[in-house]
Design a protein around this ligand. Structure first.
Ligand SMILES: [Zn+2]
Ligand SMILES: [Zn+2]
Length: 200
């Protein structure tokens, strides 16, 4: 990561400036520091984020992705869907993990900010003036770590890697490539879920 301008990278990746993605960046960095590891483009780390679906502050997940390099595409990022801004980072080879959770000490200031009042009124984040976006971001970015994050103990965590299925086949119905576990049998033919007409 470009240490000189981590926030610039974050907002380029995330698409807008916001407090929750900034919390994610700091939580990811705190988890890496607690484990004493670097972000990894491989699979030596696995992140479980506690955000859910269709709620505010899910942006937290993008800060985690950028800071830890655990991503949806590599399959080493998952959601446990608790509606919380927290992450458990697992060092898979060492069977160790740490949980980092957001401490809402700044929440009254965040809720009272011009940015959040406009967001609550339905203004898209990208339509809010830069200065008001930065005000909120700096609040999180400049806060002492202990004020905004609780870093749990590093604990043992048995890690059972699930083997990836590498085999694919071309569906005779649509001609598209399908990973083998997703093929379904229809009258002796191996077809994709769409062409088979049933999921399981
Ligand atoms: Zn955001
Ligand atoms: Zn098909």
């Amino acid at each position: 990561m470009d240490d000189a301008n981590p926030l610039g990278l974050l907002f380029e990746f995330h698409g807008h400036r916001c407090w929750a993605s900034t919390v994610g960046m700091r939580a990811g960095a705190a988890a890496l520091q607690a484990l004493g590891v670097e972000p990894s483009g491989g699979k030596s780390l696995h992140a479980v984020v506690e955000i859910g679906d269709h709620h505010g502050a899910m942006c937290f997940g993008d800060g985690i992705q950028l800071s830890t390099q655990c991503t949806f595409g590599k399959g080493n990022l998952e959601k446990s869907r608790r509606g919380k801004l927290a992450v458990t980072l697992i060092e898979t080879a060492a069977d160790r993990r740490v949980r980092v959770a957001y401490r809402p000490t700044l929440q009254p200031k965040i809720q009272a900010s011009a940015f959040m009042r406009k967001r609550a009124a339905g203004v898209p984040a990208s339509d809010i003036p830069d200065a008001e976006q930065w005000e909120l971001v700096r609040l999180i970015w400049d806060a002492p770590q202990r004020e905004i994050l609780s870093v749990g103990p590093v604990e043992p965590a048995a890690w059972n890697a699930i083997e990836e299925v590498v085999r694919f086949a071309v569906c005779p119905g649509c001609g598209e490539l399908v990973a083998e576990p997703y093929l379904r049998t229809v009258r002796g033919d191996q077809r994709c879920i769409d062409c088979a007409g049933y999921p399981a």
